[in-house]
Design a protein around this ligand. Sequence first.
Ligand code: ZN
Length: 133
Amino acid sequence: MKQFTVKTHARSEMIDITAEIRLILRESSVTNGICYVFVPHTTAAITINENADPDVPRDILMELDKVIPLSDNYRHREGNSAAHIKTSLVGSSEVIFIKSGNLVLGTWQSLFFCEFDGPRTRQVLVELIFNDR
Ligand code: ZN
C-alpha cells in the first residue's frame, strides 16, 4: 500500500489528486487491474468529478453547504457535525480500473480529495491490485 499527504488550506476544499495517483501507478509494475483509493478520515472524503471547469467543484461545495448547514443544533460537541455528514454522503473511497498502465477515467474526470473540516494535513492511501488476465 502507498500513502501520500494532502495539505488543505480552507474549511471546505476539493483538491485534484489524479496526478499523485498516476505517479504511484507509474512507479509500480501494475499494467492491468484496479486502483483502490481510501481516505482514512471522518471529515474528509474522495470523489470523481469534472476537472475542466473549476466552477464544478465550487458548485458542489456550495450546494453541500446548503444541504448540510454548518450550524443546525447538532449534538456532536466537537462542532464539526456538518463535516462528518458530508464525508458520509461523499464517501471514503473510490475504485478506478487500470488498463495498459493507465487509469481508466473519462476525459473530464479527476479524483478529488474533499476537505470538509480544514485546514489540515491529511493522508490518502492507495492500493494497486494487479490482474494479469
Ligand atoms: Zn467531530
